[in-house]
Design a binder for this molecule. Structure first.
Ligand code: S3P
Length: 172
């Protein structure tokens, strides 16, 4: 592995299917960093899929778990944190993310997002809503908060994971 080029944790944010988990995995392998996959940790701790957490306990319950986990993750160093897509919607979360991380927003066109999420079955917000128009609508609602939270924005359409990560390292 290469020496890590970052002096802070990398916090990846963006819409579902923007590539947060893929980029996280690549960076951790290449730079020997730890990874935190927020959704995965939450699902493991709750012993339930994200969809089940939403349907059994409701979205607010899930959002509170996210906030608590973010705070817990501030203790980490040399880590790539891959946030769930909704994390930057809470102002509190944005403040917590910035305490120990450089926040990187990954973006993609709704068409690209649809292509990437179409076979996924653990995204309760998109169940029954897998259309370009629904995705664009939700993305527009979130855009301002995503952009305000970001220290750096990287477009991912038509780029390989390697290209995205090279751009990220270069712009840091
Ligand atoms: C959500 C995104 C999901 C997951 C949950 C809610 C969102 O994470 O946290 O389904 O509100 O955008 P991914 O962005 O990893 O799909």
């Amino acid at each position: 592995a290469h020496n890590k080029p970052f002096s802070c944790n990398i916090v990846l944010i963006g819409f579902m299917g923007a590539g947060k988990s893929t980029v996280s995995e690549y960076l951790s392998r290449k730079y020997n960093m730890d990874t935190v996959e927020m959704d995965q940790i939450i699902a493991e701790r709750e012993k339930m899929s994200i969809s089940d957490i939403f349907s059994v306990h409701g979205e607010e319950y899930f959002r509170d778990l996210e906030t608590n986990l973010l705070i817990e993750m501030q203790a980490k160093t040399n880590t790539v944190i891959s946030c769930g897509g909704g994390v930057p919607m809470r102002e509190r979360n944005v403040k917590e993310m910035k305490k120990n991380g450089c926040v990187v927003l990954l973006t993609a066109a709704p068409e690209t997002i649809l292509e990437r999420v179409k076979d996924s079955h653990d995204r309760p917000l998109l169940e029954g809503n897998k259309t370009v128009s629904y995705i664009s609508e939700l993305m527009e609602k979130r855009r301002e908060k995503y952009e305000a939270a970001a220290d750096l924005i990287i477009e991912t359409d038509e780029k390989s994971t390697q290209e995205i990560c090279e751009e990220l390292v270069q712009k840091m």
